[in-house]
Design a protein around this ligand. Structure first.
Ligand code: XMP
Ligand code: MG
Length: 185
């Protein structure tokens, strides 16, 4: 899927495909440097992190394995409440292992904060967090210290590169905003 398929539904491109690739190269270097000589279990948070998991994993030289978790945050409308339910738990036992949580986007940070607490109770050796995108609220509240961030975004709803509106647009190679008329459909 690309911008042409979007027609007038696309408002702006905020982060281009090239910018994503370049930034992932930089992040992979930093992450490889951190794990030098160690193995890491990448934990992708479904469904948004599918793209960044696939792209980051292919850029890493560190030996990795992958596992997935799906959580749903009870909330009113689009804001998360921090009350989280596990829809799909990890298959792997993480005790004594290096865990890298891979997130698509952090907004309030409440979902991630809960996830870190939950995974910490399973006694991994180490937990680190990588998020491809971050909203201003996450920076303000400092709910969770994120170890690696791809891009800081303005406080707008974004789609693409794994992020959806009503489950659509996840397969856009860039991140952008939607025209207002899309929300009125
Ligand atoms: P919190 O507030 O707990 O929420 O950090 C993080 C989750 O909220 C979703 N989210 C978005 N999804 N476009 C999306 O498609 C956005 O702009 C957006 N902002 C937040 C996302 O599921 C993320 O994991
Ligand atoms: Mg998500």
């Amino acid at each position: 899927m690309d911008a042409n398929d979007m027609g007038s539904d696309l408002k702006d491109i905020l982060v281009s495909e090239d910018e994503i690739t370049t930034r992932l190269d930089e992040l992979a270097k930093a992450i490889d440097a951190y794990y030098a000589g160690e193995e890491v279990l990448m934990v992708g948070v479904l469904r948004g992190s599918a793209m960044v998991m696939a792209d980051l994993a292919r850029k890493l030289h560190t030996p990795i394995t992958m596992d997935w978790m799906a959580v749903s945050s009870y909330g009113s409308g689009t804001k998360s409440s921090g009350v989280v339910r596990i829809l799909k738990d990890l298959t792997e036992d993480i005790m004594g292992r290096n865990v890298l949580i891979v997130e698509d986007i952090i907004d309030s940070g409440l979902t991630l904060s809960w996830l870190v607490q939950n995974l910490t109770s399973r006694e991994p050796k180490d937990i680190k967090i990588m998020s491809m995108f971050r909203k201003p609220e996450a920076v303000r509240s400092m709910e969770v210290p994120v170890d690696w961030v791809g891009f800081d975004l303005p406080d707008e709803f974004v789609i693409g590169y794994g992020l959806d509106y009503a489950e659509r647009y996840r397969n856009l190679p860039f991140v952008g905003t939607l025209a207002p008329h899309v929300y009125e459909k």
